[in-house]
Write a protein that binds this ligand. Sequence first.
Ligand code: PXL
Length: 287
Amino acid sequence: MPTPRVAALHDLSGFGRCSLTIVMPTLSAMGVQCCPLPTAYLSTHTGGFTGNTFLDLTDQMAPVTAHWKSLPLTFDAVFTGFMGSSAQIALAADFIRTFQGPGCLAVVDPVMGDHGRPYRTYTPEMCQAMAELAALADVIVPNRTEAALLLGVDYESLSLDQEADCRRWAQALSLDGRRSVVLTGVSPAPGTVGAMCFDRATGTTEIACAPLAPGSFHGTGDLFASVLVGALTKGQPLAAAAQLAAEFTSLCARRTGKQALPAREGLDFEPLLWKLGGMTGGEGWEG
Ligand code: PXL
């Protein structure tokens, strides 16, 4: 199989493990080429740190899109995540319109918030723009907070601990079956966590889950979505890709929890990355 190629439109945060510092190593470990289009450079992410620097790279987005198109580059997937402004979200939509097609899957992680609240940099206008970006996606990967924002319902009303409710929400997010949905933060049974997947290819919903790790760590959603994208571009069906993402994220969270690292430093995932090569059909030294 030729090495799949993914365009990754996320910020680059120097410390705290999120977005590109997760996306790039994870896709590489899975044998997938990652072409980053950094939307901004921050000294740290904004969750749990204050005073971070923010170098806006919005002006680079259209020229990079045009240059890649002129080469002409093609991608197996476009993967978007955290955005710094409404203008960036609109440019990410242009990028998707430029490259999306039968061989190129648009995966939008509609990063907007967590634990019932939008991130402090996300304005209502940005949330509206994110909903428009997500409307272009083949696959979206919202958490509970983002699902509530996309559906325009109250966070508390969107409970994810009953399987039937999760199925209903995942279907409701599919825009009448036009896009696939991987709704994360689903807890079908005590001690488990995972995702409810609506697959537009089959019209079915399936659950993917793994043991729940104590604690909550920054960047968990980014790691889950990165593994999902890697597995999808390697040809795995949606529910199998989500199952791998749930298991690997759970493994990393359990390892991190045992070390009692500060949540803002993110998941201690690097020592486990080698496992992803084997899980997705990596080859031996001489293979
Ligand atoms: O993990 C989401 C994320 C990505 N990038 C930046 C963030 C956050 C969440 O806070 O601040 C810069």
